[in-house]
Write a protein that binds this ligand. Structure first.
Ligand code: GAP
Length: 440
């Protein structure tokens, strides 16, 4: 067992404060007193969340020949969730505190009520986490629908459609990013566990004999994705579930865990789901979900390897891993050392003053950069204050237009991490920034 890594005990509070103050994440419906466990992503947060999802899509779909994308419906009929096992088994153990009447998830409270300290609880009962709703204007059994608690099932129910329309053959995958909903008993830790969240899931269909190899392959791939985007290996670990802890569908699950301020916790699960889902949906729908290999005349139900990540949870981990306080020119600064691919703004264009001749050139520079980078433009306050504001939200590069620019057609590029400043010709600026970000 790894030891708990040392983390700043105030990190969670610091990140929550920064997220609210600078427009990453706001509590939802705040003007009405908030709505527990729901969050809205502000101007910077929406950029960053899109970047997290884009980085996942880039590695899972854009740069792979063997994986295609999908965007399935959020609303689904009970038949899907009966077949998947969610109606029966997607439950958490719910207990009531007899003293203060609060409700808790039994496995998260160590036998003591976090509200009043009592140990007097009701017997645990299975609480189904799915949100049930009604589709259409007529109430009744036929109108029941569920909000999906995972994106995965939309992939399984489209298995035959994707196979027929793409002519893919195992090993191949279907990737999906989208909202999922779970009526969590105890949502907690900011956007770590919420009732509405975004998932990034991929179902990889393989010949049964190859399942173990692909399972190990995807564990390694997914671990490397987080490292590539800036999380240090010492902040990550792999945790293989014991057989008795596996979900109803799983033949093996390994979590990628992150060193959150409260300890190691799950970022993503990689599971070998065997032929569970395709078989369940075949039996329930009567449509055969299998693969016929024309070369060998062999018909089989593929096994599924599933890397299942949370987009909102991953964004929180990237924020925590990037958060640093250091001293620059005798002053403590907060800096988010985000990978440029995740930063909400990649470049900030800063005219030294509001003088029209500087703003004119600065806007020209902005026009050159905007098609290639997500840019901010800021003309308020002193240049030092503006650098600090950009550091605090993780902008990797500031481009300053000053009076010398009017003479030499050059700007100053400041690097967030080293605070080093370099003079670059405006004509060469785009190429310079592309080189700094490893693009040709
Ligand atoms: N299809 C398998 C599946 O959904 P999961 O471990 O329940 O597996 C996958 O969920 C990932 O989705 C988790 O590792 C986590 O990142 C994210 N996730 C799950 N429940 C969440 C919640 N209530 N709030 C935020 N993210 C959540």
């Amino acid at each position: 067992m790894d030891s708990e890594p040392a983390t700043d005990p105030d990190l969670l509070e610091k990140v929550i404060n920064l997220a609210k103050r600078r427009g990453f994440v706001f509590p939802s419906a705040e003007i009405y007193g908030g709505f527990r466990s729901t969050y809205d992503y502000g101007p910077l947060g929406v950029n960053m969340l899109r970047n997290v999802k884009q980085a996942w899509w880039y590695s899972m779909v854009q740069t792979r020949e063997d994986i295609v994308g999908l965007d399935a419906a959020v609303l689904g009929p009970p038949a899907v969730w009966a077949a998947s096992g969610h109606l029966e088994t997607f439950t958490d153990p719910l207990v009531d505190c007899r003293k203060c009447k609060e409700r808790w998830r039994e496995d998260k409270i160590d036998g003591v009520c976090p509200n009043c300290g009592s140990s007097d609880f009701t017997e645990a009962r299975a609480f189904n986490l799915m949100f049930k709703t009604q589709a259409g204007p007529v109430e009744g059994e036929g109108a029941t629908a569920y909000l999906r608690p995972e994106t995965a099932q939309g992939i399984f129910t489209n298995f035959a459609n994707v196979l027929a329309s793409t002519r893919k053959k195992p090993p191949f995958g279907i990737a999906q990013i989208g909202k999922s909903f779970r009526n969590e008993i105890t949502p907690q830790n900011f956007v770590f566990r919420t009732r509405e969240f975004e998932q990034m899931e991929m179902e990889y269909f393989v010949a049964p004999a190859d399942a173990e190899t692909w399972y190990r392959y995807w564990i390694a791939q997914r671990y490397d994705w987080y490292v590539d985007l800036g999380i240090k290996p010492e902040q990550l670990r792999l945790h293989e579930h014991a057989k008795e802890d596996l979900s109803h569908y799983s033949k093996g699950t390994t979590d990628v865990e992150f060193a959150f301020p409260w300890g190691w916790d799950e970022l993503e699960g990689v599971a070998n789901r065997g032929d569970y889902d395709l078989t369940q949906h075949t039996n329930a729908s009567g449509v055969r979900l299998e693969y016929f290999d024309q070369a060998t005349s062999e018909r089989y139900v593929p096994y599924t390897i599933e890397p299942a990540a949370g987009a909102t949870r991953a964004m929180m981990a990237f924020l925590m891993a990037a958060y640093h306080e250091d001293v620059v020119e005798g002053e403590t600064r907060t800096v988010l050392r985000l990978d440029w691919r995740l930063a909400p703004h990649q470049v900030a264009v800063l005219p030294l003053s509001k003088k029209p001749e500087l703003e004119r050139v600065a806007r020209e520079v902005l026009g050159v950069l905007q098609p290639h980078f997500m840019c901010d433009y800021d003309v308020t306050q002193s240049i030092g204050r503006r650098y600090r504001r950009q550091d605090e939200v993780g902008t990797p590069f500031c481009v300053t237009v000053d009076f010398a620019t009017l003479e030499d057609h050059a700007v100053t590029v400041r690097d967030r991490d080293t605070t080093e400043q370099t003079r670059v010709q405006i004509d060469e600026l785009l190429a310079d920034l592309r080189a700094r970000t490893g693009q040709r």
